[in-house]
Design a protein around this ligand. Structure first.
Ligand SMILES: Nc1ncnc2c1ncn2[C@@H]1O[C@H](COP(=O)(O)OP(=O)(O)OP(=O)(O)O)[C@@H](O)[C@H]1O
Ligand SMILES: O=C(O)[C@H](O)COP(=O)(O)O
Length: 397
């Protein structure tokens, strides 16, 4: 893989860099700045080398619409506090404000373009549309550095197409993430347990069949769990559910049984009448979720079962909180899994923006885990053995 070290002396050059600044926010407040801190080694090297640094990043899923709620303003402010350089947020992505900001950029300083997902072509499935947008990005750089590990699984203009237009290489974060995750794909010590949760249910259900080939046990919690419960024939009330995948999930359970692999699903669930804290929160067995309630965490029996499975593991990868950990009433399941990982001797990797935020917010230190990866979906797809567009495009000369 080509890296930043292959790009020569960057002094005075305009370096266009993709970072993953998709940080969790509570209103305008960043609740975990881990992804910004993870970008600092590369960004600092570039500013200290006297490069003119133009950063591309996304926040959330604004789906091609300009939406202030998804502005990178809080990220620009935090980056400015963390790095010894001026950080200017451009008012748009490739419009007149971005051009003016890049024109005015001086060596050793940074312009952050607005959320690239405000541009409809950024995530287009039509190659020519993405390529045309990438050509506009290319006007801002002499070289391209890919350092947004959390998005390397996305075939998007600022991740993939841009790397074909400029001399390009991986930044230090991407290089380090790949080096650690490689250990999990080459010869993981067994038993190898993968814990899956979170809210991106459709995305992450689709990685399960490949994960079943590499892991010994899959532990399912978070929003993922309800599609499994439904596949077992249980009612899930108003919990999040990927109704289209119920039959596919039935197939996964059969496949696991045939291969002698285990899929653990919640035996009890914390339910609530609404997405929030208030009256009516209770723990029920997973086959008794009331029709008018939603599951927002795994229950205590499940937490104990999952902790036991983690205790016996030699390698663990975890992506996706077990419940809505942001609210104390639904944090116990995530905390129990984090504790089990922290207590175990297994080589453990925690991946994903919210997963990393969860362990930190619940009081765990980064060094209680083998590695905290900035990638959730990206790590999972890497572990599946899939080729990732944002990495493939950096291969060769
Ligand atoms: N039962 C549930 N119902 C609804 N949301 C849930 C449930 N359990 C967990 N979540 C939510 O899932 C979110 C995190 O999911 P997500 O899949 O984005 O994980 P991630 O670690 O950020 O991975 P990635 O980096 O791929 O985004 C949290 O905000 C949490 O509140
Ligand atoms: O949070 C993430 O996993 C990355 O930033 C990618 O975001 P996406 O799933 O919206 O592409």
């Amino acid at each position: 893989m080509r890296t930043i070290n292959d790009l020569g002396d960057l002094h005075g050059k305009r370096v266009l860099i993709r970072c993953d600044f998709n940080v969790p926010l509570d209103g305008q407040t960043i609740t975990d700045d881990g992804r910004i801190k993870a970008a600092l080694p590369t960004l600092t090297q570039l500013t200290q080398a006297g490069a003119k640094v133009v950063v591309m990043a996304h926040l959330g899923r604004p789906k091609g619409q300009v939406n202030e709620k998804y502005s990178l303003a809080p990220v620009a402010a935090r980056l400015g506090e963390l790095i010894d350089a001026d950080v200017t947020l451009a008012g748009d992505v490739v419009g007149p404000a971005a051009h003016a900001a890049v024109e005015a950029l001086t060596p050793g300083n940074i312009v952050l373009l607005e959320n690239v997902r405000f541009e409809p072509a950024e995530e287009s499935k039509v190659d020519a549309e993405r390529e045309a947008l990438a050509a506009q990005y290319a006007q801002f750089g002499d070289v391209f550095v890919s350092d947004g590990f959390g998005v390397v699984h996305r075939k998007q203009a600022s991740v993939y197409d841009i790397a074909k237009l400029l001399p390009s290489g991986a930044g230090h974060l991407v290089a380090k993430e790949v080096e650690v995750l490689k250990k999990l794909t080459e010869a993981p010590e067994r038993p190898y347990v993968v814990v899956l949760g979170g809210a991106k249910v459709a995305d992450k259900l689709s990685v399960i069949d490949n994960l079943l080939k590499v892991a010994d046990t899959l532990i399912i919690g978070g929003g993922m769990g309800y599609t499994f419960l439904k596949a077992k024939g249980y009612e899930v009330g108003s919990s999040i559910l990927d109704a289209e995948k119920v039959d596919v999930v039935k197939g996964y359970m059969e496949q696991a049984q045939a291969q002698g692999k285990q899929i653990l699903i919640p035996v009890d669930t914390v339910v609530s009448p609404e997405f929030g804290e208030g009256a009516g929160i209770e723990v029920v067995d997973s086959d008794k979720i009331p029709a008018d309630k939603m599951g927002l965490d795994i229950g205590p029996k499940t937490a104990a079962l999952y902790a036991e499975a983690i205790k016996g593991a030699k390698t663990v990868f975890w992506n996706g909180p077990m419940g809505v950990f942001e609210m104390p009433s639904f944090a116990a399941g995530t905390k129990a899994v984090a504790q089990a990982l922290a207590d175990s001797d297994a080589f453990s990797v925690v991946g994903g923006g919210d997963s990393a935020a969860a362990v930190r917010q619940l009081g765990f230190a980064d060094d209680e885990f083998g590695h905290i990866s900035t990638g959730g979906g990206a790590s999972l797809e890497y572990l599946e053995g899939k080729s990732l567009p944002g990495l493939d495009v950096l291969e060769g000369n």
